[in-house]
Design a protein around this ligand. Sequence first.
Ligand code: MN
Length: 253
Amino acid sequence: MRILVSNDDGIASKGLQALVEAVSPLAEVWVVAPETEQSAASHALSLHRPLRVREQRPRWFAVDGTPADCVYMAVHHLMKDELPRLVVSGINHGPNLADDVIYSGTVAAAMEAVLLGLPAVAFSLVSRRQFDFEHAARFAGALAQAALKNPLPPRTLLNVNVPSHGPPEGYQVTRLGRHHYKGEVAELTDPRGRSYYWLGGSGYEHESAPGTDVTAVHDHRRISITPLQLDLTEHQLLDTLRGWNLEGFSQVS
Ligand code: MN
C-alpha cells in the first residue's frame, strides 16, 4: 500500500520530512514535491511550459512546478501503476486557517488529489517562526491511520491545523472561521530608480466564534480538523439569481 506525500514549501523542507517520518509506519511512502518553495501558489497547473522531474532517491521526486503539478504528475505518471491509498500534504510551515485555504498550495495539493478521486489530508503548523513539528507529526500519523480505515466521501478533503510551541489541548472538528490580514502594498525603489512592490502586511486578527478553526487553534490551542468540499455553489442564492431579469436574454430553467 502506498501513501503519497507532497507540500508547497519544497521537497527539502523540515515539515515534509516530519510528515514522511510520521506516515512511514503505515505504508510505502512516495514523495513528489516542488523543487522550490510554492507557498500561496494555490491550485495553479503549469500547462504552458515544460516540467522537469528529478529523482533524488528511490520514490523521492522533485518537480520544478506547483503543488498541484506534483500530485497530477504522481497520479497520472509516476505512480499510475499503483495509485496511493491516501495523499497527505505538508506539514506546512505556517497556518492554513479560514480564507487561507483559497491561497494555500498545501491545501491545493490535497485538493488536486481529491479531484483525481483519492482521499487527502492537508497539515499545517500554526507558527510564523520556530517550527517544531513533533506534535503535528504525531497527530498526522494518527489521523492518516484513521483516514486509511474510515473512507471519506468523494470530493472532500480534511484540512488540519496544529498549534505550535508546546503540546496542543486535544483536537476539535471545526468549520472554517473568519480572519483578516492587514492588506498592504509596500513601494520601494530599485537601483535603477524604478518602483517595485511587495505584497502583504503584518497585521492579523481573527473572529472568535465557537466551532471555527481559528477559534479552536488561536483561543484554545486545539488542533482543528475541518472537512472541506469542492462544490463552491451557494445554493441559497440560486432562486434569488433566477429572479434577476437580464434585458435581451431569455432564461432557461
Ligand atoms: Mn507553505
